[in-house]
Design a protein around this ligand. Structure first.
Ligand SMILES: C[S@@+](CC[C@H](N)C(=O)[O-])C[C@H]1O[C@@H](n2cnc3c(N)ncnc32)[C@H](O)[C@@H]1O
Length: 296
């Protein structure tokens, strides 16, 4: 019999030094779940980030190892925790009027003809497809209201969706602290926000803006129940977390949901690639117009 101590396989070696043992095997399981559930691609270079974000969940649950955590989230009893795991692994950073050129493009180029058509009985549909805590769809709504303060009387609707139910709930609440208002032009803040009841310094988005928006949970890599087309789709700072194939599929799914001339706004470090790229033409920085139909 060999006197040599059993060598641990690489997959069983700790990847990160810390309170909990976190092996390559644990990392692979978590990465596979994040990819399968939300399309999120986690490279091994993210091991420390994954560890630190999920170590909080292990402490909250009183677990002592990532092996136990992986077993929990992989099983029937771990459905809720799996959603919390995804929420912990995703980044929700957002701001009002983030990448302001998109809202200028929407205001100056996209909305004027659409609102004119809406005044003649037409409909306007906009989609914020990874809305996080709501700053993006409210910025869209305020942009609409800056041109049409009576938009509630027109057939103008904004769909705001996100995979994370906590973010959707925050977005729906529409209450923001003073530090979160940077980026919102003063005239729009004065006109379309009011002091929030019971929270000194916080503001609540005005009912006129809220009335334009429907908030819902939606996974961009899952099924989409929407049937009609959108005049503009905001899909910003989320595709960056997906691998190339998932991104390409996403652009291909947006194309049939836009009319010719419909606008697609993407994040500053994203680009439209894959089969759908031939259907879009740039119309400004990270702004595209559908110029060729794509089969549904
Ligand atoms: C960095 S935030 C971007 C928010 C906003 N679009 C912006 O640019 O400011 C990314 C958002 O994407 C959401 N997300 C991640 N994966 C998703 C998926 N598969 N489907 C829908 N939303 C997803 C996250 O929950 C998060 O709120």
């Amino acid at each position: 019999m060999s006197a040599l101590p059993a060598l641990k396989s690489r997959a069983a070696q700790p990847m990160v030094d810390g309170e909990f043992v976190f092996t390559e095997d644990d990392f692979r399981k978590i990465a596979a779940m994040a990819h399968g559930d939300a399309g999120i691609a986690l490279h091994e270079t993210k091991a420390t980030l994954v560890y630190s974000r999920l170590a909080k969940r292990l402490r909250a649950l009183g677990l002592t190892s990532f092996q136990d955590y992986c077993a929990l989230v992989a099983g029937q009893d771990g459905v809720d925790e799996r959603q919390k795991m995804l929420a912990a692994l995703t980044t929700n950073v957002t701001r009002f009027f983030r990448e302001p050129h998109h809202f200028e493009h929407l205001r100056d180029k996209v909305l004027p003809p659409l609102l004119a058509a809406a005044r003649a009985g037409g409909r306007v549909r906009l989609w914020s497809s990874a809305c996080s805590s709501g700053q993006e769809p409210y910025s869209m709504a305020m942009t609409v209201l800056s041109l049409a303060p009576d938009a509630a009387n027109l057939d103008v609707k904004i769909l705001a969706t996100d995979i994370d139910p906590n973010m959707v709930a925050e977005a729906r609440a529409g209450v923001y602290g003073p530090s979160l208002l940077a980026g919102m032009p003063d005239d729009l803040r004065r006109r379309w926000t009011a002091p929030a009841a019971g929270r000194p310094g916080d503001v609540r988005i005005a009912d006129e803006a809220r009335a334009l928006i429907s908030f819902n949970e939606l996974n961009l890599i899952g099924g989409w129940p929407m049937k009609g087309r959108f005049d503009a789709i905001f899909c910003r700072n989320v595709a960056i977390y997906f691998d190339d194939d998932t991104q390409a599929r996403l652009w291909s799914r947006f194309a049939p949901l836009l009319p010719l001339g419909g606008a697609l706004y993407i994040g500053h470090s994203e680009r439209v690639a894959g089969p759908a790229a031939a259907c879009f033409q740039p119309d400004g920085v990270t702004t595209y117009r559908l110029t060729r139909e794509m089969a549904r």
